[in-house]
Design a protein around this ligand. Structure first.
Ligand SMILES: [Fe+2]
Length: 352
């Protein structure tokens, strides 16, 4: 089976009155005394409270937190996948709260499809201990648009941008467009304002950044169509971005700070690919069998069904070192196996 879970007809409205960009920083974090910083990414837990098919997701989250002991956790969405939706979100995120580690979410397309509004789900998440997301910003589309900084002795060394890639969108006209939503211009304006501020504070040099959101960009599809191969990892299905390209990738290149775009959404992919000077990185599916998934310890497992026996959930880990360019990343499977260990540096620009 291919393709991320079907586009839902629901259109979510989180548009607010514009009143200038809100440049509040959700959290400023520091390197450890040994100069390292570890970020753990979960994605697509698709949790349904009370559903035994979700047990694997909860075990995956608990085990990874205990084993990796990260300094920050980011969940890139599709946290839940059924009713009761607020209980589902609360239960799968509770281990993050219990860990005492700061954590944030970038909501996925399914997170507001089971009764509660996107804002209600986000409000519940924000109220949980340890969560660092800020309230939705006036004039910025969506809910989970946030920025987290990582500072060393000389100031901000890394910026983590979180965008809300929302759900589905319908544009009415002579030819209706119905597709996954796209990053809106006011989200891009918010990002640019922050990026410029960090650059100015860094003596005119862009601060290396990573962008986290749920739905990948059109440029990933373009890269694969052009024959670009992943550097490593599983490529079990085509990416399912929005049909509409609002230019976020171009803005990342113009600003020169975002080194990697980190997403979820396509459960049978966990690869790393470089295109146009930016790394496209999939998280590792962290859910159970409430939704399609076919990644085993040795890769994609063909199956006629929505799930394949022998699949293994996991997470992705990023490590940053103070005063050092780039970062390391790997996939950690439930049970402890490490795959795709990569050291990625900045300034390896491949021309389009
Ligand atoms: Fe998903």
């Amino acid at each position: 089976m291919t393709g991320a879970a079907a586009v839902a007809p629901a259109v979510v409205s989180c548009e607010r009155k514009a009143s200038g960009p809100d440049l509040s920083i959700a959290k400023d974090l520091a390197f450890r005394t040994d100069g390292t910083f570890t970020l753990l990414q979960f994605t697509d837990t698709h949790y349904i409270t009370g559903d035994p098919r979700s047990a694997r997701a909860l075990d995956c989250v608990k085990e990874a937190l205990e084993a990796v002991k990260p300094d920050l956790v980011i969940h890139t969405g599709d946290i839940l996948f059924g009713k009761p939706d607020l209980d589902s979100a609360r239960e799968i995120l509770q281990p993050l709260s219990d860990s005492g580690i700061p954590w944030a979410v970038a909501l996925g397309n399914h997170d507001s499809q089971f009764g509660s509004t996107r804002e209600a789900v986000f409000k519940l998440i924000r109220a949980m201990p340890g969560n660092v997301n800020l309230p939705p910003k006036d004039g910025v589309y969506g809910c989970s648009n946030d920025v987290i900084t990582l500072s060393g002795a000389k100031g901000v060394e890394r910026v983590f941008y979180l965008f809300d890639s929302m759900d589905a969108v319908v544009l009415k006209g002579e030819e209706d467009i119905h597709c996954y939503d796209y990053i809106r211009h006011n989200q891009i304006a918010w990002y640019r304002s922050l990026s410029e501020k960090f650059k100015a504070d860094n003596n005119g040099t862009p601060v290396p950044s990573l962008a986290f959101f749920h739905i990948p960009l059109c440029e990933l599809q373009e890269a694969l169509s052009a024959g670009v191969q992943p550097l490593c990892g599983n490529n079990g299905e085509p990416p399912c971005p929005s049909r509409l390209n609002s230019g976020l990738f171009a803005q990342f290149r113009e600003m020169g700070d975002v080194q990697a775009i980190v997403t979820g959404h396509d459960h049978d992919c966990d690869y790393v690919l470089q295109y146009g000077g930016i790394y496209f990185i999939y998280g590792r599916f962290s859910g159970g069998d409430t939704i399609y998934n076919h990644l085993g310890p040795q890769g994609y497992i063909p199956s006629d069904g929505p799930t394949a026996p022998g699949t293994v959930s996991g997470c992705r880990v990023f490590k940053f070192r103070e005063g050092t360019e780039g970062f390391e990343t790997c996939v950690r499977l439930q049970g402890g196996q490490i795959q795709q260990l990569l050291g990625l540096k900045n300034h390896q620009i491949k021309r389009l």
